[in-house]
Design a protein around this ligand. Structure first.
Ligand code: PHE
Length: 452
């Protein structure tokens, strides 16, 4: 006990339960909720997709998140160390390495998009975007911005520097403190934006598209997309929640924390839809635009509405905050590995890993400019890194984590950890069933459907 406590104290611990929930929610709520979710809903028929997404979140996401928190708290270690300590010298340790690698990959391109959000905050402040006459014009503006080598690199580096500044200060003094300020700000901004969007004339048409399920648009492919999105959005499959769980003191209730984080992430995604669809429909535009929805359709939408420039500033600030609180969680996974396994101090771990991740991200940043012709199988560098990490490493990591907890380490051992300090785990049987049978099979289907 004393040894464990000393070990934990030297790694850092969350100061309060609320702080932990905010930090984990901060990891979950990110570009996945605000940038990806609306355009995926727009492309996949609206309301019916939203229902399927919610189902995937509850049936697959929630059990795996609890599994990750449990492994993390049990071992008080990074993903590699955690699997190593539960099944020493086994192949299962590779899940941990895959997670650290996924964190490295994802942050390398996530920071590029994070940089775009910072640039758009600045551009909104300086009124650079207040005279678009059409979405096409806004789209061209976006296209020439992401092709501009030095501007992109500058904001990419700035985004990494902000993450470094926070993660350097450690768990309680850095990540928890930052999230305690940033997450409430994010919620306030979102509520403000929702009022603005819902009071636009014509907003109801957007709400109808968003909330009225049309099941004719749903096929097997839609379910796969929904499940993949649930994974990315909940930060699962790469040991991120495992790492955050490793800074939890023993008396915390893991099940309720999991439920809060999942509900928070889902509500934020749903609310973002309540901002974007009314705004897009009110301005007579189409929601099926794809990845450029947020960066090239919205600025044009904002120009057309009263107080549009203010709304633009506020919206891109929201996007930047969400990206930062996720970026720090990605960095922390890689940093924790070097601190625990390689015995580096935090400063060295943060500086060395962040510079390396930035350098590896440079070709992603240039993928829409000087390197846009450098394609392999019709995808640029950015697309490849995103594809490998999000579509392969995450689902594979999630599936193996579920199998590991369900069949190797065992749901019994996991439940013992969850029930520490006389915490009641009422739905233990349901969870055991989901983690052993449902989660691995569902992810298996998503994963292998990609090959057929
Ligand atoms: N969940 C984050 C988002 O929605 C992305 C992320 C994935 C963060 C994996 C950490 C780990 O944007």
């Amino acid at each position: 006990m004393a040894i464990r406590n000393n070990h934990q104290k030297s790694r850092g611990l969350w100061n309060t339960r609320f702080g932990f929930i905010l930090a984990a929610s901060g990891s979950a709520v990110g570009l996945g909720n605000i940038w990806k979710f609306p355009y995926i809903v727009g492309q996949n028929g609206g309301g019916a997709f939203v229902l399927i997404y919610i189902l995937c979140t509850i049936v697959v996401g929630l059990p795996i998140m609890l599994a990750e928190f449990t492994i993390g708290r049990k071992t008080s270690l990074n993903p590699v160390g955690a699997f190593q300590s539960l099944k020493p010298k086994s192949h299962w340790v590779k899940i941990g390495y895959m997670g650290v690698l996924a964190g490295f990959f994802i942050l390398s391109f996530y920071a590029v998009v994070g940089g775009w959000t910072l640039a758009y905050v600045v551009k909104a402040f300086t009124h650079t975007m207040s005279n678009f006459s059409s979405p096409k014009e806004a789209g061209q503006f976006f296209g020439s911005f992401i092709a501009n080598t030095w501007e992109v690199l500058f904001y990419h580096a700035l985004f990494m520097a902000i993450c470094v500044g926070i993660v350097l200060r450690g768990i309680h003094g850095g990540i928890e403190k930052a999230c305690k300020v940033l997450m409430p700000t994010l919620v306030i901004i979102l509520i403000f934006l929702m009022f603005r969007a819902l009071t636009l004339p014509g907003a109801m048409e957007g709400i109808e598209f968003y909330l009225k399920p049309d099941f004719s648009k749903i096929g097997p492919q839609t379910i796969l997309i929904a499940l993949g999105q649930a994974f990315f959005s909940l930060s699962l499959g790469m040991g991120c929640m495992l790492t955050y769980g490793s800074y939890l003191p023993e008396q915390e209730n893991l099940t309720s924390a999991t439920v809060y984080v999942v509900i928070f992430d889902t509500i934020i995604a749903l609310l973002v839809g309540m901002v974007i669809f009314p705004a897009v429909f009110a301005m007579g535009l189409e929601p099926t635009e794809g990845p450029s929805l947020v960066f090239s359709v919205l600025p044009a939408v904002f120009v057309g509405m009263p107080f549009g420039n203010l709304v633009s500033i506020v919206f891109f600030t929201l996007l930047a905050i969400a990206a930062i609180t996720s970026g720090i969680s990605l960095l922390e996974v890689v940093v924790a590995y070097f601190i625990d396994q390689r015995k580096w101090d935090r400063k060295k771990a943060v500086l060395v890993t962040s510079v390396t991740i930035f350098a590896f991200g440079v070709p992603s940043g240039l993928s829409f400019g000087v390197l846009s012709e450098a394609k392999l199988f019709d995808m640029n560098f950015f697309d490849h890194v995103d594809n490998i990490a999000s579509n392969y490493l995450l689902p594979l990591g999630g599936m193996l984590t579920a199998i590991f907890v369900g069949w190797v380490w065992g749901t019994k051992s996991a439940e013992e950890e969850i029930e520490k300090h006389e915490t009641k785990f009422h739905w233990g049987h349901v969870w055991g069933f989901l983690i052993r049978y449902i989660s691995p099979v569902a992810v298996f289907l998503v994963f292998f459907a990609k090959f057929v």
